[in-house]
Design a protein around this ligand. Structure first.
Ligand code: PEP
Ligand code: MG
Length: 902
């Protein structure tokens, strides 16, 4: 949406013309400065140049027509308002030029302060400041430094070096010890540095300074670090930044001046109170640069009671107006308070819940809004165990929290060593500069992964998140030396075998083992913390918001569980049934032998004997699950994976047979097994003999499972329980497959159920694209559909689900081909379309058809919103994700468009 380049297109807005809703046009900073101006708060006058002007500049390489004239008009009106002129030698108006995009990009773009100073006006400024030469020269040197660095790319270190030289010549570390003469000397030194690097003198024309500074802010949108940041935070590249031109106010005019930052509540815990830092006699950038130590904001009360009181009342006003935690920047110029910035402040996951609860108590928001203000990703974070940190543990490095969790372990530098030590039962942290697909085994074996390079979409980050493994990436303070098997950080050397701890949420790295404490939120969900009686603001807030989410949501939430223990846990977490009980684990362990017999059966008798031996075992499995889920629906899926997955791997078997033959042992059985494995070998097993295909090829296999399910349900009901079984057929692509299985199943069910009152539904997975596209036909034979979005994604994209995430997804993410793995969050346009078609056509053919999803996406926040919008009846996810899905289903219900989970 490039802006129209006409003279009458409005590119510049006075602060009094904007408001907080205009973030797209004025950027976050500009929109909020306008909002504060209109609230009557003390904001230094100024104007905002729109993001459209920036977009036009970036598209054409020049300022759009009309911009220069509009800047001139607004500048003149600013000069009239302030009674000063830019560059006036007697009484100059000075302005700051600040970037401000729609989304906050802290420190990524440029700011230039004190624009309007030159060799003449510096003298006027000193006079106006009460013959304060020191202040005027300090302001001038800051302008040359910032202008030089940001507008003309003069290396910043050169200025810093010159400042250090003057300080050390004076024998001080404190810039406040430099007097006017020192600073005048520094201005000369800075000008020389400027001229040396740019081949020209420092510009003395204030309007030229202003225009060049505005242009530099436009261009900083495409600075390398800004581009990288945007990619990582998924901020669109074409938004551009707005530019704010603001009358300078000075915090460095003496001890009755200063500057500070504050939050209206604690952004860490959400607790109410005054949180902020103040630095007397300083300009804004000093606070961030850490030149001198700040004092807690409370101390301002002693220094300047009236500004402190005014600030507190403004903070209260802002909270009430924004109805949220705000963070602010302010300056006090000789006892007069000025507001330089506000915005709805960032906060931790815990603070998000606590603050939302508090704001409801204060009557500022209702429970729907509270639900909107938190999200499933935050809740998931709160469910990870955390490090129990006290002052003994100080982070030695901070990287990117790439995959959450807390992990301690022995440092290893190679994948092979990780595998070795993990096999001995040790917890290991795999440390690499960056990982690549060769590290996969080590990553699987490790408890956590630490890299010194790479961002949130690096190979390490993507693969670790896929595995649910703790990962800190891009901890660039760490110097990794793989051949020497050591890394160095902050003066410490860590050798292979030493222990480190990494926090995948905060990105912090600690030396030694940090104790881990369980999540209170999980304790609450598990029932060991009673929210009504515990004095824990987080638990109370989570309870309150979850209760509201449950009351609002339309989607039911089930779980994927195939053991009694998982079913019980999921039920405590709020699951309303089982949406997917995979039966394959029931064929493993000491039952492998029975599966072998089934596969090696030479005739029907042998096969039936093997199946008859499996039947009571399966029946017992199902009884346990029906009992745990008493009264709730349980979807049992008939066996899905290819049978050879239950046999030993081909290579291993071949070696065993060869060795045994060599020794002259009797290997008839192993040879038969080997022949069977060879016979069953497939190039693409995920597209081979699995699911319903297997059921149709191996006589009696599905029949045995159907009988076990029906018998288990009858047994549970006869014992006084309530069993609601739903039998699900996997990998159906054509209605005829389902009809064949169904006919046989119905006979068995009728025979087993008799007059027990047990009702058994028969339905199918929709996980093959053809099934989605022929859903109208399939619905004729199915009482329910459950979308298997793992396979639907695999087959929809043609991605081998076991291989691609480690092989190349990191590159696709880096290139922005997709923003998130389609296995993690549903691809709405493609795979989602298949889901939508199947849901609509299925329901058209069979009104009231029950629809659910049991792929991994059932527990992904954004996907839950999608499933809500498509009209599914339930989502099913792993037990741990059940609370996240409940919360997001509630959010989807209260959000009118149902489309956004952020
Ligand atoms: C699916 O494909 O989404 C599914 C739930 O089945 P599985 O993951 O067992 O193939
Ligand atoms: Mg599947």
């Amino acid at each position: 949406m490039a802006a129209q380049e006409t003279d009458d297109h409005k590119y510049v807005y006075d602060f009094s013309e904007g408001n907080k809703e205009l973030k797209d046009l004025l950027g976050g900073k500009g929109a909020n400065l306008a909002e504060m101006t209109n609230l009557g708060l003390p904001v230094p006058p100024g104007f905002t140049i729109t993001t459209e002007a920036c977009q036009a500049y970036l598209a054409t390489g020049r300022e759009p027509d009309g911009l220069a004239g509009q800047i001139e008009e607004h500048l003149q009106s600013l000069e009239r308002e302030m009674g000063k002129r830019l560059g006036d030698p007697q009484d100059p108006l000075l302005v700051s030029v600040r970037s401000g995009a729609k989304f906050s990009m802290p420190g990524m773009m440029e700011t230039v302060l004190n624009v309007g100073l030159n060799d003449q006006s510096v003298v006027g400024l000193a006079a106006q400041a009460g013959q304060n030469d020191r202040f005027a020269w300090d302001s001038y040197r800051r302008l040359i430094q910032m202008f030089g660095k940001t507008v003309c790319e003069v290396p910043g270190e050169e200025f810093e070096h010159a400042l250090d030289e003057i300080k050390s010549a004076k024998g001080t570390h404190n810039d406040l010890d430099l007097d006017a003469n020192d600073l005048r000397g520094l201005v000369d030194a800075y000008k020389k540095i400027f001229a040396k690097h740019t081949g020209r003198e420092f510009p003395q024309q204030p309007r030229e300074q202003l225009d060049l500074a505005i242009r530099a802010v436009f261009e900083s949108w495409n600075a390398e670090r800004a581009v990288l940041y945007r990619r990582q935070e998924r901020i669109p590249a074409d938004l551009g930044t707005a530019v704010n031109v603001v009358t300078m106010v000075f915090g460095n005019l003496g001890p009755d001046s200063g500057t500070g930052v504050a939050f209206t509540r604690d952004p860490g815990s959400g607790a109410q109170g005054i949180y902020g830092d103040y630095l007397a006699n300083a300009q804004g950038e000093d606070v961030v640069a850490g030149i001198r130590n700040t004092v807690p904001l409370q101390e301002l009360e002693q220094l300047d009671k009236s500004s402190y009181d005014e600030l507190l009342s403004i903070m209260a006003r802002l909270e009430e107006h924004y109805r949220d935690l705000c963070d602010i920047e302010f300056t006090i110029e000789r006892g007069k308070l000025w507001m330089l910035q506000t915005r709805v402040g960032k906060r931790t996951a815990a603070a998000a819940f606590v603050i939302a609860g508090q704001l409801v108590d204060e009557g500022l928001i209702d429970l729907d809004e509270a639900l909107h203000r938190v999200n499933g990703a935050q809740l998931a974070q709160l469910m990870f165990p955390r490090f129990q940190l006290d002052h003994e543990f100080e982070a030695v490095a901070t990287g990117i929290g790439a995959s959450p969790g807390a992990a301690s372990g022995t440092v290893v530098f190679t994948s092979a060593r990780a595998v070795e030590l993990a096999a001995e039962g040790e917890s290991v942290i795999l440390v690499r500069r960056e990982t690549n697909p060769d590290d996969l085994n080590g990553m699987i074996a490790a408890k956590g992964i630490l890299t010194s390079r790479g961002g949130k979409t690096s190979h390490a980050a993507v693969v670790a998140r896929g595995m649910g493994k703790t990962c800190v990436s891009g901890a660039d303070e760490i110097e990794v030396n793989v051949p020497a098997k050591r890394f160095t950080v902050a003066g410490h050397t860590v050798d292979e075998g030493d222990v480190v701890s990494i926090d995948g949420t905060t990105g912090k790295v600690y030396l030694g083992e940090v104790p881990v404490m369980p999540s209170e939120v999980v304790q609450y969900f598990e029932g060991s913390l009673d929210a009504e009686h515990v004095d824990n603001p987080l638990v109370r807030a989570v309870h309150r918001i979850m209760t509201h989410a449950d009351a609002q949501r339309r989607l039911a939430v089930r779980t994927n569980a195939d053991t009694g223990a998982d079913a019980a846990r999921a039920r405590r977490f709020g699951a309303e049934g089982i949406g997917l009980c995979r039966t394959e684990h029931m064929f493993l362990g000491d039952r492998r032998e029975l599966v072998e017999r089934l596969i090696l059966a030479r005739d029907a008798d042998e096969r039936e004997t093997a199946l008859a031996a499996l039947l009571p075992l399966q029946r017992a499995d199902f009884m346990e699950i029906f009992r745990e889920m008493d009264g709730l629906p349980v979807t049992v899926r008939l066996i899905d994976p290819p049978l050879h997955e239950f046999l030993p791997p081909l290579e291993q078997l071949a070696v065993n047979v060869a060795v045994a033959q060599e020794r002259g042992e009797d290997v008839a059985k192993e040879e038969a097994l080997l022949a069977a494995v060879r016979r069953m070998h497939e190039e693409n097993p995920m597209l081979g003999l699995r699911g319903v295909r297997l059921g149709l090829v191996i006589p009696g296999l599905f029949a045995m499972q159907v009988r076990a399910i029906a018998e288990a349900a009858v047994a549970v009901v006869r014992a006084g329980g309530v069993a609601c079984p739903e039998i699900m057929v996997p990998l159906v692509g054509a209605v005829q497959e389902l009809e064949t299985v169904r006919a046989e199943a119905e006979k068995i069910i009728a025979e087993v159920v008799g007059d027990s009152g047990v009702e058994v539904l028969i339905g199918t997975m929709i996980e093959v694209p053809r099934a989605a596209l022929t859903a109208g036909q399939i619905a004729e034979a199915a009482e329910f559909f459950s979308f298997g979005t793992n396979d639907l994604t695999q087959m929809g994209w043609g991605f081998s689900r076991d291989d691609v995430e480690g092989a190349f997804f990191w590159r696709y993410l880096e290139l922005g081909i997709f923003g998130i793995s389609p296995f993690e969050s549903i691809d709405r346009d493609g795979v989602g379309r298949l889901v939508r078609i199947a849901a609509e056509e299925g329901r058209a053919a069979r009104p009231g058809l029950k629809l659910g999803v049991c792929g991994e996406h059932g527990g992904d926040p954004d996907s839950v919103h999608f499933f809500h919008s498509v009209g599914l009846d339930y989502v099913s996810c792993s037990p741990f994700r059940v609370p996240v899905a409940r919360l997001e289903a509630g959010r989807a219900a209260v959000e009118t468009d149902g489309s956004d989970s952020r």
